[in-house]
Write a protein that binds this ligand. Sequence first.
Ligand code: ACO
Length: 340
Amino acid sequence: MATAPFSHATIDALAGTAAMPTAQILSLGSYVPTEVLTNADMEALVETSNTWILERTGIRERHRVGLDETASSMGARAAADAIAQAGNPVLDAIIVATCSAETRLPSTACLIQRRLGLGGMVAFDINAACSGFLYALSIADSMIRSGALRTILVVATEALTPLVDYTDRTTCVLFGDGAAAAVVGAGESGGIRALRMAADGADAHLIYYGARPDDEDSRQAIRMSGPGTFRSAVERLSDIATTVCADAGWTTDDIDWFIPHQANLRIIEAVAKRLGVPMDRVIVNIDRVGNTSAASIPIALHEAATAGRLAAGQRIVSVAFGSGITWGGVALEWTGTPTR
Ligand code: ACO
């Protein structure tokens, strides 16, 4: 695997012996639209079956945006929740991960800023598809560790169902909509221990937005070469999980909770098996939300925290893989967040 040139080791080398703060997730929020598309609904739309979808993906249902909902409206709801949970701190920046912005310009970050009346601080988007949350977290982590900023709102939000072709059964059953947000701040210990990002544009053809490969006149939509993506995802997710564990000074046996991107239950099970992590230590919610791209990891993390499954001091590893192709991993020591 081509390892990312950028990691904590890079920043530590630049800083020399200077004491650096750690970046911690101070609070979380999430939002999914109320409308639910079940596998029975998918059977009515396209030639598929509940059995096929469940056996091949683990998905039972996914959420779909209403007519008045967008990436920025969902992101703003999740962000408002996270900001309130953190006790309304002064924010220095908003970083939004999305590949489904409702406008090319301005950025979703600025639209969320306007919706929440948060004018003044830095606000920008990044697009790393399903790896977006970990990429955004990595940027926040470096800004905080360098001492440049102290408190950053990271939002991951995706309105994917309007970008799906409901005549293409190979992709339309997979995707759902949703958003999650994290307030990330400086601390003295715990928090993010290791983070890596990586990408390889040579595999850009695996997942893209465009016409069907066999019909250039078909509508523009999310397209994916499923089996190729599957194989690549299993290999890269396993490798990056092992790498961030090593960066953190852990082995995969030390993982208390493994929170992978929710793309396919079989991918999750294959990666957990390679790592030797039993499934009762893996957070899975793909059955209820489908693949929500960048929002998938923070939605799962928020669900786990709200359900009281995460305890302070536990070691969490999270990994993602998406269009680009992009991938990434984080090892973090849970510091606890307020939940309701
Ligand atoms: N219902 C019924 N049959 C279907 C469906 C469906 N919804 N979709 C495909 N099939 C058929 C195919 O046409 C094929 O039929 P054939 O054998 O007659 O040709 C058969 O089922 C097997 O198709 P495969 O594509 O080989 O099925 P596979 O087991 O690989 O599962 C899937 C497909 C679910 C897409 C899987 O490959 C996968 O999850 N891939 C990875 C997805 C992923 O990780 N994405 C990453 C991020 S996404 C992002 O970045 C936005």
